[in-house]
Design a binder for this molecule. Structure first.
Ligand code: 6U4
Ligand code: NA
Ligand code: NA
Length: 179
């Protein structure tokens, strides 16, 4: 949308089973604890701003994934578009969140390369069924709302209004048939 900043977010999901060292057959997701910048301290997927030099939003997502995790995604699928709005006075005065963001959320199921820790992200594999434990303040507050759709492989759109950068005020979220 015009006047919105474009960003990406990639969650790499591996199906469960086949690993005898694990008790759980839950699928796993690669999260990163963000070490700097916007959302510092939160566990999240990998991503960032779409740059003018990116050929597409999808290639921007792949670029950010490589930069922040060392992995090159070979299978990315768009699952959702999330709009984030900050309407508190504090946010209006300061970038980076003075204008709404449209975050394109991708599911990755295949990557090449090895996971590395970067300046931006400390990666960690988590059982998907353990992710809700992080809804105690270690993730963005919106995640607990759209994760169930994402991990059920649904398509979705949502708008989340924040105040004071990280406090969710209200939101709308819907499953959609195409995106
Ligand atoms: P720099 O440091 O300028 O290179 P860049 O990596 O381009 O930044 P960054 O890391 O600030 O961008 O992008 C923010 C990341 O956080 C994107 O992947 C989107 C994600 N994000 C932002 N708000 C979010 C929210 N409320 N919930 C969520 N992810 C969010 O799940
Ligand atoms: Na980033
Ligand atoms: Na980045």
């Amino acid at each position: 949308r015009e006047g919105h900043k474009l960003l990406t977010l990639v969650l790499f999901v591996k199906s469960g089973g086949g690993d005898s060292s694990r008790n759980s057959h839950s699928p796993r997701v690669l999260l990163g604890r963000k070490k700097r910048g916007f959302g510092q301290g939160f566990y999240n997927g990998f991503g960032g701003k779409v740059e003018a030099s990116d050929a597409s939003i999808l290639t921007a997502a792949a670029r950010e994934m490589k930069e922040e995790s060392g992995l090159v995604p070979t299978d990315l699928a768009l699952k959702g578009v999330l709009t984030f709005i900050w309407d508190d006075a504090e946010a209006e005065q300061s970038s980076p969140n003075a204008q709404p963001w449209d975050v394109h959320v991708y599911k990755c199921t295949e990557c090449e390369g090895d996971v590395v820790e970067t300046d931006e992200m400390a990666p960690v594999w988590m059982d998907v069924d353990k992710v809700p434990e992080l809804y105690d303040g270690r993730m963005w507050e919106d995640d607990q709302h759209w994760h169930p759709l994402f991990f059920a492989d649904k398509l979705f759109r949502g708008t989340f209004h924040f105040e004071k950068t990280t406090v969710l005020k209200h939101f709308t979220l819907e499953e959609v048939s195409e995106i």
